[in-house]
Design a binder for this molecule. Structure first.
Ligand code: NDP
Ligand code: GDR
Length: 338
């Protein structure tokens, strides 16, 4: 019998790459999709299977991390071998505007899912998408032993989700793990996160569609890795003999300014001619520097990063240029599968 998995956040960047990975491994993948007034499945449309096909391996279900009863019903019916909780209000700046909503979906949503596993009495393993944002103001390098000091409502909500996951492991013996993932990017990254905002702007400026790019703090330092590699680490954590928590990072960090420079250079542009400052993109409290130490994941899971930030910047610029070219020439834009 092939394994089955339920992914919350399947329509997001990581959800789409994880779905590809699990389908390649022969899993049946169930995805939780929230209802929206326009299509929100663009990142997984290339994996779509007709709901009338018998024995299809990707099945989508409408539910929401705000609806605990729907989660219990779904888990009881599906009885998946593995659950990946990737669903979240994941934008740090937006979390300052919507702190209660972020706390509810990103924090309480995790408990709703953990409690739904307990209430439905199923035997499953769960991965919680924890974040380097939990370290916040703690000086780098950060590893599994670094104390948390979150600097945003998002970071606080993720700390709550982290400790709830640990608590369900300790209290109920649930196979529950936290992946403490540092920033990871790709051509499928949401357009309002800084890397993608930059690489998309490079393509649009080259094409004459925009002249300026407005950004906030360029001094922040981040440890940027490549998303398809990070979803492999998620899967590896659930295949381990015992549940544990792991940092996943490249260990190589750079500033927003350096990423900007590399991306504009890759597009044949000078960033200083186009970038303007807009304070609305600054955060009331910023996370200055995140640099991860993923030695434990390397030792125990055999996981290692391969793509480092300069290559990442270049591949994202190339993908945005190709996607825009295809759009402008009227071709159907197919999602980049790298
Ligand atoms: P995205 O923002 O791309 O995707 C978030 C997903 O959550 C989307 O599928 C979204 O659905 C879904 N979602 C939002 N609200 C709800 C809700 N109320 N109920 C159910 N689903 C909901 O995030 P990423 O793929 O980048 O990240 C995946 C997870 O990992 C997130 O939890 C994020 O916080 C965490 N993380 C991400 C890191 C990164 O660098 N990418 C680093 C560390 C942690 P919709 O498409 O409809 O909006
Ligand atoms: P982050 O990613 O907050 O680290 O959270 P983001 O790309 O939003 O910001 C990174 C850094 O860039 C600075 N910045 C800007 N950011 C955005 N979004 N837009 C701008 O215009 C801009 N100008 C400068 C920010 O101040 C920040 O310092 C991401 C998310 O994926 C989280 O869900 C995840 O948990 C963490 O990464 C790890």
């Amino acid at each position: 019998m092939s394994k089955s998995a339920l992914i919350t956040g399947i329509t997001g960047q990581d959800g789409s790459y994880l779905t590809e990975l699990l389908l390649e491994k022969g899993y049946t993948v169930h995805g939780l999709v929230r209802r929206s007034s326009s299509f929100n499945t663009g990142r997984i449309d290339h994996l779509y299977e007709d709901p009338h096909d018998e024995g299809r391996s990707l099945v989508l279900h409408h539910a929401d991390l705000g609806d605990g009863v729907a989660l219990v019903n779904l888990l009881r019916d599906l009885r998946p071998d593995e659950v990946y909780n990737l669903g979240a209000q994941s934008h740090v700046r937006v979390s300052f505007d919507s702190p209660l909503y972020t706390g509810d979906v990103t924090g309480m949503g995790t408990v709703r899912l953990l409690e739904a596993i307990r209430a439905s009495g199923i035997d499953t393993r769960i991965y919680q998408a924890s974040s380097s944002e939990m370290f916040g103001a703690a000086p780098p390098p950060q590893n599994e032993a670094t104390p948390f000091h979150p600097r945003s409502p998002y970071g606080c909500a993720k700390v709550f989700g982290y400790w709830s996951t640990v608590n369900y492991r300790e209290a109920y013996g649930l196979f529950a793990v936290n992946g403490i993932l540092f920033n990871h990017e790709s051509p499928r990254r949401g357009e309002t996160f800084v890397t993608r905002k930059i690489t998309r702007a490079v393509a649009r400026i080259r094409a004459g569609l925009q002249r300026h790019l407005y950004l906030g703090n360029l001094d922040a330092v981040r440890d940027w890795g490549y998303a398809p590699e990070y979803v492999e680490a998620m899967w590896l954590m659930l295949q381990a003999d015992a549940p544990d928590d792991y940092v996943v990072a490249t260990g190589v960090a750079t500033s927003v300014r350096d990423f900007l420079q590399e991306a504009f250079r890759a597009g044949g542009l000078d960033w200083e001619e186009h970038v303007r400052f807009d304070p609305k993109y600054e955060r009331p409290s910023e996370v200055d520097a995140l640099i991860g130490d993923a030695a434990k994941a390397q030792d125990r899971l055999g996981w290692k990063p391969r793509v480092m930030w300069p290559e990442l910047a270049r591949l994202m610029v190339e993908a945005d240029i190709s996607a825009l070219d295809a759009e402008l020439s009227g071709q159907a834009v197919r999602i980049d599968r790298r």
